[in-house]
Design a protein around this ligand. Structure first.
Ligand code: PHE
Length: 517
């Protein structure tokens, strides 16, 4: 039955009867019933043409369960048992009844005994009454035919016995609409050039706009998992009163990336094999004059109680442009700007952005990754403050009970690797790097001698891969990434569990190379 045929039959019925009081009684010409949802579709289309009007009628309809249907067809178990027992004193052996009726025998016997319909005669069962009535079967047939039963008690009882149940159904009462007719005119959906040319549009009826129609989902952007985890980290920093550093420049000079951080020019990290240097342009020479001199001086001769490195510092080396190897390049620049204020004000900075290292690419290493970095500058900060900040920070990630191990960075002293105990692995695993920036770095920048700067860093990839259950970094970043993964991955909420997972990651994947030393 096509939709149009159904519509025509509805129109015909309306024409003959004036209205359809309840579509539950509506049948096709051949007597078959139509699903109410199909009727609704037909009605809506007729409604949009104003050919009909309708109202929804909500009601409850009783229906038989599978077992109920079985009983309405072949009788209730106790009656089946009774009927299977032949008349007369012989009766039937219990085992034979069992063999004939299976499960029905078991349930039916009990009830038939209770009703005193049957009794035992040795190992046989015999009838105790002449005839029985199958009230249950009759009640079920009433329900099957009318969708209800006049006796509410019966309904309650049969429902309790799981033979029937009720469901809500919506049916419709239908009346003729303003434009009622017995034929359905085809409606044009578009006003075409041809219709206008021929004047045909004057005779056309046009399909109405359906402003309630659900539109096609517009193609929209999707956040990469890294950006989602990044957002969670940002919120933690914001909660702790940090401001975000401008890290949108990937190209830095060796000066801000290394020299200003008191990293000597012959340090292995400055080798082409570890750092991407730019070819064109290869250098820059826009540095604060004063600072350049001071940095050269501290590297060559030392000062402020330091003996320096005692080598021939070359400006050409500092001029080399590179893809920053850590976000600390931005931190050094920010601290320089902080030092230029007429009066020092304490600062809390953070950044989460990309860094680049000339690594051999494998399942857990790419030539780029994201660093998360927190920096606090204030007078008289101590190592205790650094520990306190990190404890607070990692606690917000769900990582508690952290420990520290002495480490080395050219620009921090003391330096500490951050460890967390992993219950599952039963060992301490590294989760970050940290330290107090050296006076050889801070004093040339122009900060007051009593200003201390504490800082820590970790990677963004590691928690992201754990959170999204990705164990090859090339599935997270680069040309092999499955776009469907980016479109469908869920929002990220860092919770206590995240902390546990983060702690346990080391055994599984180490996507981020150890921070440079
Ligand atoms: N810059 C370090 C690295 O690349 C991390 C770090 C940040 C260490 C701040 C100490 C202080 O791993």
């Amino acid at each position: 039955m096509s939709l149009e045929n159904l519509q025509l039959q509805i129109l015909k019925t309306l024409d003959a009867q004036g209205e359809i009081l309840d579509t539950k009684d509506f049948t096709l010409e051949d007597g078959t019933q139509v699903d109410q949802l199909v009727i609704l579709g037909a009605l809506n289309s007729l409604l949009s043409r104003e050919m009909v009007e309708y109202q929804s009628l909500d009601s409850e309809v009783w229906y038989l369960t599978e077992e109920g249907k079985e009983i309405s067809a072949s009788g209730s178990h106790e009656v089946v048992v009774f009927n299977t027992i032949p008349e007369g004193p012989e009766g039937i052996a219990i085992s034979e009844l069992q063999a004939k009726l299976g499960n029905v025998a078991k349930i039916g016997q009990g009830k038939a005994f209770k009703n005193k319909w049957i009794k035992k005669n040795g190992a046989n069962l015999v009838r105790a009454v002449e005839k029985v009535e199958d009230q249950t079967k009759e009640d079920l047939i009433v329900i099957q035919e009318t969708g209800s039963h006049p006796n509410a008690e019966v309904l309650k009882d049969l429902k309790r016995r799981k033979l029937c149940d009720k469901q809500k159904v919506t049916t419709y009462s239908v009346k003729k609409g303003a434009k009622f007719a017995l034929t359905i005119q085809k409606q044009a959906t578009e006003l075409t050039y041809e219709m206008m040319q021929s004047g045909e549009w004057k005779n056309q009826t046009f399909k109405k706009y359906n402003f309630d129609a659900v539109g096609i989902t517009p193609p929209g952007g999707h956040l990469h998992p890294l950006l989602k985890v990044r957002e969670e980290f940002r919120q933690i920093f914001f909660e702790m009163g940090f401001t975000e550093m401008p890290t949108n420049k990937f190209v830095e000079s060796s000066f801000w990336n290394f020299d200003a951080l008191f990293q000597p020019q012959q340090h292995p990290a400055r080798d082409m094999h570890d750092t991407f240097f730019l070819k064109d342009p290869a250098t820059t020479n826009s540095f604060p004059e004063e600072l350049l001199k001071k940095v050269k001086d501290i590297h060559t001769n030392g000062g402020h109680g330091s003996i320096g490195y005692g080598y021939d510092w070359k400006e050409e080396e500092a001029q080399k442009l590179l893809l920053r190897t850590h976000t600390t390049a931005v931190s050094s620049n920010m601290l320089y700007h902080l030092a230029q204020q007429p009066k020092f004000t304490p600062a809390k900075y953070f950044s989460i952005d990309r860094v680049f290292r000339n690594e051999t690419v494998d399942a857990t290493h790419l030539a780029e990754f994201h660093q998360v970095e927190g920096v606090v500058a204030d007078k008289n900060l101590t190592l205790g403050d650094l520990i306190g900040f990190m404890e607070e920070f990692f606690k917000k990630l769900g990582v508690e009970n952290i420990r520290f191990k002495p480490a080395f960075n050219p620009y921090t002293e003391p330096s500490m690797e951050v460890f967390s105990y992993h219950e599952g692995l039963q060992k301490w695993v590294e989760i970050g790097n940290s330290g107090m920036f050296r006076p050889e770095m801070l004093l040339p920048l122009g900060l007051d001698p009593d200003v201390r700067v504490i800082a820590w860093g970790l990677s963004l990839e590691r928690p992201t891969m754990i959170k999204y259950d990705i164990d090859n970094i090339r599935e997270l970043l680069g040309h092999k990434v499955d776009l469907a993964m980016i479109k469908t991955n869920p929002v990220c909420r860092l919770d206590k569990k995240m902390g546990k997972e983060l702690e346990g990651e080391e055994s599984k994947a180490e996507p981020v190379p150890n921070p440079i030393h």
